[in-house]
Ligand binder design. Structure first.
Ligand SMILES: Cc1cc2nc3c(=O)[nH]c(=O)nc-3n(C[C@H](O)[C@H](O)[C@H](O)COP(=O)(O)O)c2cc1C
Length: 437
């Protein structure tokens, strides 16, 4: 038997049109209603998952390129995941629900109170995916967007502020004694006065203290600042890194060093590597999918061009696929890293078709060239990650039942048999389940 690991699901296109653009997912679900998400949440809890994380961006991007984001629904519309969370809590008992939140978008006092309310309503199952995106700054004030480091400074101030409010009820402040008719002892509430660089507020918080810990903090940033933030603050880090031993171990060491530097223990933070596997029924089927992906049809190229156009806020769909990609079409708003991910090591002379084909190209799990393979092959990979000390895995996808079942139906029994996937949750909320092993 292998060591158990934690499993999460990343709802990668957020609270938006699930499955749009994929004809095989046309089941007439209404993405604005809770049912499709509730069905998925129940399935994931039954499957032994610890948490679902709901991606989000409050913005439709820059005014000039909004059409690229909404036309095929890759970049929006998106509804607010915080308000979806209660519907998911209602139909589950153990699953952690983690909406993405951005410190730019709400004040610490408002956030502390809302998160506190949801933590109580859910039986202490709330998590918060704290992101530092600054592209949406214009929706919240007319101040210029912060730089990368300053956005992390603000996130730290925001979270510290929220925590000071959560901790503004000292032990014994809640009395709830019917005999004396005293509900709470106001002398044990802290005034909390914060005057900082980005926020100014007073406490105490008008919400009850927690019985099973604060909401879990989740973080996805991969930069030096991001890893430092995770080490200092997070219960779960969403990791993106090549899945070979040196890289996985190095990533874990960086986070653990940051945790120790912040006075925490390495085991206080679970690192989940994000993977999007394609699980097949046989090795032959996996070979066929990989072979076909090396020669994508026009529809597959169009689909990837639409997604890239949305992500990069630059229209690639109207360009000649067989001409070299002129990099000057990317404005200043597109990061060099994103452009580099598109063109890889193919250079500027390569036609757009070559770049898109490379993005579509899939690889096999068994030779570690990609993530297409059988449940047994994928379980081998996860077991290997476990041998390198890995805490868990974050699977990506939408919340369409077809996606969930294709990914999980064969995988769950295999992982259970090998002892990698938990059979039972424990009481005490998300933190208790994260700390159970
Ligand atoms: C698995 C994963 C999930 C992410 N989810 C979101 C998200 O939902 N919303 C968002 O604005 N950014 C998201 N990000 C981006 C990060 O929050 C952050 O903005 C980005 O990684 C830049 O920070 P860094 O420079 O520290 O990496 C995600 C990143 C990863 C790796």
């Amino acid at each position: 038997m292998s060591r158990p690991q934690h499993f999460g699901w990343f709802l990668a296109r957020g609270f938006g049109p699930q499955g749009w653009g994929y004809p095989s997912l046309d089941w007439d679900y209404d993405w604005t209603r809770p049912e499709i998400y509730q069905e998925a949440a129940r399935t994931l809890e039954q499957a032994g998952f610890d948490l679902v994380i709901i991606e989000d961006s409050p913005s439709l991007g820059s005014p000039e390129t909004i059409d690229l984001r909404v036309r095929h629904a890759f970049g929006g519309p998106k509804h607010d995941p915080l308000l979806l969370a209660p519907y998911l809590f209602q139909v589950t008992r153990y699953l952690g629900v983690v909406p993405t939140v951005n410190p730019a978008a709400s004040l610490p006092f408002t956030s502390a109170r809302q998160f506190s309310t949801l933590q109580h309503l859910s039986g202490h199952r709330l998590g918060l995916n704290v992101v530092t995106d600054t592209g949406s700054a214009r929706h919240f004030s007319d101040a210029p967007p912060l730089g990368h480091g300053a956005a992390y400074d603000r996130a730290t101030e925001w979270l510290d502020g929220i925590r000071s409010l959560w901790r503004s009820w000292d032990d014994g402040a809640l009395v709830a004694d019917r005999d004396t008719d005293v509900y709470a002892d106001g002398s044990k509430l802290r005034a909390v006065r914060h005057r900082g660089e980005h926020y100014a507020f007073d406490g105490p918080l008008n919400a009850l203290p927690f019985t099973d810990g604060e909401p879990a903090i989740i973080s996805p940033g991969g930069s030096g600042r991001g890893l430092g933030f995770a080490g200092a603050n997070s219960d779960v880090q969403l990791a993106l890194a090549p899945l070979h031993e040196a890289s996985v171990r190095a990533y874990r060491t960086k986070i653990h060093d940051a945790a120790i530097a912040a006075g925490r223990r390495p085991e206080d933070i679970k690192i989940l590597f994000a993977i999007q596997p394609v699980i097949t029924s046989s090795a032959e089927e996996a070979d066929r999918i990989v072979a076909a992906s090396a020669r994508p049809d026009e529809a597959a190229l169009v689909q990837i061009a639409r997604k890239q156009s949305s992500d990069l806020e630059t229209d690639l769909t109207s360009l000649d696929l067989d001409a070299p990609l002129d990099l000057s079409i990317f404005g200043d708003h597109v990061s060099r890293g994103s452009i580099q991910r598109l063109i890889g090591d193919r250079g500027e002379e390569a036609p757009l078709r070559a770049h898109l084909t490379a993005l579509v190209r899939a690889g096999r799990i068994n030779d570690r060239s990609g993530f297409v393979g059988t449940a047994e092959e994928f379980a081998d990979l996860i077991e290997e990650l476990g041998d390198w000390g890995n805490d868990g895995v974050l699977l990506w996808g939408d919340f369409h039942p077809v996606t969930l079942h294709r990914t999980l139906d064969e995988l769950v029994p295999v992982l259970r048999r090998r002892g990698i996937l938990r059979r039972d949750h424990v009481d005490g909320g998300l933190r208790a389940n994260l700390r159970a092993f």
